[in-house]
Design a binder for this molecule. Structure first.
Ligand code: F6R
Length: 610
């Protein structure tokens, strides 16, 4: 989704903005632009297409002068990707420039009002309305802070804004509501950005802005105000990610780097929380009494995070015997869910900024549920608004297709399930101890599995030209199949579906033809014979069978064309290992097809619109 960066500093702004936008490329975009204050007026450049187009247009920023500026990568919502719809949008007089992430829901009413006042519009975007609105209010009051307060009162929807005013050549303004915006405090450079990645080269000291907080940034000063124009103090957080954590580090793709990083990410997520044979969860305030009071658990998330929830349902029901429902966040609040103070809601999000998940969480809180969030990005909206937060210490995840965030979310689900089982007494001490031990072994088992990546690479080289692929599994393997299928389709653009093994013959089996690839997950020990029968059914209709099984279990070899073996762990934890060959398979298939792996077409990393 759109990315914003703003800079006030002692260096030329344009190259800093271009570099910052490069760090935000991973979010997904289709056009880019920058605007800079040159002391007297605003200079700007924007273009549809990749950042390189803008780089060429501005000769790497050399043609746009000044030390204060704003930049933007646009993911089209209102109006096609084009030069004219790209941000920044400049007001009719040319004195104001605006970049925006989010959607202004009342832009048509505002546009009608402004048209009535004689303003004209060039683009099809909702954002251009903001540029003219700023000009309109500034014309009335002549004060930029007051103008900011007024527009915050007028705009409905979500926004993170960076705004330049030619009358104030030493500063720029920023504000957010329901779209992410972080403030970075450096030496001789202050910045705003959609996330911390563009600012790590300048500072690790950041402030997370709350809704409707207005910031005025100068090279040597930053002031934050509330909607009434009153000055407020912000807490400073020091980020412990360094620049290298967000670099490719010699790998061809971020996705591959992140797949390979999973043993370390898992270690970081698990180790600090397993102390002397006990699970110790930071920022977790659920007592045994409170837990006993929950009659239902909802897990709510989108995409791959939802797939972690699908595993979580099996795991939490098994360990706590509390009924668990897993819901897609964009559906949840529209189905009038039954929520009260006896409900625990677990929201899962890598970015912590997914609009649908935020909205579902707020609905859950409004109706009295306790919200526990599993989040990767420190200080994100979900992390700040939830009652309890458990961070997945995966570090920055840059590839659009999630891998290490998925694995660490899963690890947190396991820690949570075991903690709940301990509090509720639903699992014998020896069984819990066996799970703690198995959890600690997972990173090393992942390591040994990833060392066999060439085997998967070979399989991918034989199978990458398929047009349609099915993933089947039962129980936890079905939950993992959902993720395997999503991973493949999002980066390789091959049509793929995941099915519960027993469900195929209720319709989908009609799609199986000679040579159709069916990836069969058969790692759930208790159901291997059942899934084997389902595999036989598709094999009999011509399918090519690629199976994933646990090392030492030869049952699938009797029916499959090829089998990849994963190390064995306890059944509840097996998804952590089963998912790895699926991630690798997707990666290698996409690589064979020459796809844009880190930034697949049409996709965005952080989906900040509903
Ligand atoms: C798929 C993927 C997406 C995200 C989804 C939710 O690889 O990354 O499906 O899982 O957009 O995002 P978060 O977890 O940030 O809420």
């Amino acid at each position: 989704m759109c990315g914003i960066v703003g800079y006030a500093g002692v260096n030329e702004a344009a190259p800093v903005l271009l570099k910052g936008l490069e760090k935000l490329e991973y979010r997904g975009y289709d056009s880019a632009g920058i605007a800079v204050l040159n002391g007297r007026e605003i200079e700007f450049a924007k273009a549809a297409g990749k950042l390189q187009v803008l780089r060429d247009l501005t000769e790497e920023g050399a043609t746009v002068h000044g030390r204060i500026g704003i930049g933007h990568t646009r993911w089209a919502t209102h109006g096609e990707p084009s030069d004219v719809n790209a941000h920044p949008h400049v007001s009719n007089s040319g004195r104001f420039a605006v970049v925006h992430n989010g959607i202004i829901e009342n832009y048509q009413q505002l546009k009608a009002m402004l048209l009535g006042k004689g303003f004209t519009f060039l683009s099809q975007t909702d954002t251009e309305v903001i540029a003219q609105l700023v000009e309109y209010y500034y014309g009335k009051c002549g004060d930029m802070l007051e103008t900011m307060c007024r527009i915050v009162g007028k705009l409905e929807g979500s926004y993170a804004l960076g705004i330049l005013c030619a009358d104030q050549p030493d500063r720029f303004y920023a504000v957010r509501k329901d779209s992410p915006l972080v403030l970075g405090l450096g030496e001789g450079a202050n910045l705003v950005a959609s996330d911390v990645s563009p600012m790590l080269a300048y500072t690790q000291r950041v402030c997370y802005l709350d809704d409707q907080e207005i910031v005025v940034l100068q090279a040597d000063n930053v002031a934050v105000y509330d909607i009434n124009g009153e000055r407020i103090e912000k807490e400073v957080t020091v980020i412990d990610w360094d620049v290298s954590a967000a670099e490719k580090g010699g790998y061809e793709h971020f996705m591959f780097k992140e797949i390979m990083e999973q043993p370390q990410s898992l270690q970081k997520t698990i180790s600090p929380r397993l102390q002397d044979g006990e699970i110790v969860l930071d920022d977790f305030h659920i007592t045994r009494e409170r837990l006993e009071d929950f009659r239902k658990i909802y897990i709510v998330a989108c995409g791959s995070s939802y797939h972690v929830g699908a595993v979580g349902k099996y795991v939490l029901e098994q360990t706590t015997r509390i009924p668990v429902e897993v819901d897609i966040a964009s559906e949840f609040r529209y189905r009038n869910p039954i929520i009260d103070e006896h409900t625990l809601m677990i929201v899962i999000s890598q970015s912590g900024e997914t609009a649908d998940t935020i909205a579902a969480m707020r609905e859950g809180k409004r109706q009295g549920s306790h919200v526990l969030a599993i989040v990767n990005v420190l200080g994100s909206t979900i992390a700040r608004e939830a009652d309890d937060v458990l961070y997945t210490w995966a570090g920055p995840e840059i590839a659009v297709a999630t891998t290490k965030a998925y694995s660490t979310q899963l690890a947190v689900i396991y820690l949570l399930a075991l903690k709940f089982a301990e509090l509720l007494g639903t699992m014998a001490a020896e069984e819990r101890a066996a799970h703690y031990q198995a959890l600690q072994q997972l990173p090393q088992q992942m390591e040994s599995l990833l060392a066999e990546k060439e085997e998967i690479q070979f399989m991918a080289s034989q199978l990458y030209n398929k047009h349609s692929i099915f993933f089947i599994g039962r129980n936890l393997d079905y939950a993992v199949a959902l993720e395997g299928s999503l991973k493949l389709k999002e980066i390789s653009y091959i049509h793929s579906e995941a099915y519960a093994g027993g469900e195929l013959k209720h319709g989908t089996i009609s799609l199986i033809e000679q040579g159709t690839l069916v990836v069969t997950l058969a790692t759930h020990d208790a159901l291997v014979d059942k899934i084997k029968s389902n595999a036989e059914e598709v094999k009999a209709r011509g399918a090519y069978l690629l199976a994933v099984a646990v090392r030492g279990d030869e049952r699938m070899a009797e029916v499959a064309d090829a089998v990849f073996y994963v190390p064995r762990t306890l059944p509840l934890l097996q998804p952590s290992l089963t998912v790895l060959p699926l991630q690798l398979f997707s990666y290698y298939v996409a690589s064979q097809k020459g796809c844009s792996i880190d930034q697949p077409k049409n996709l965005a990393k952080s989906v900040t619109v509903e």
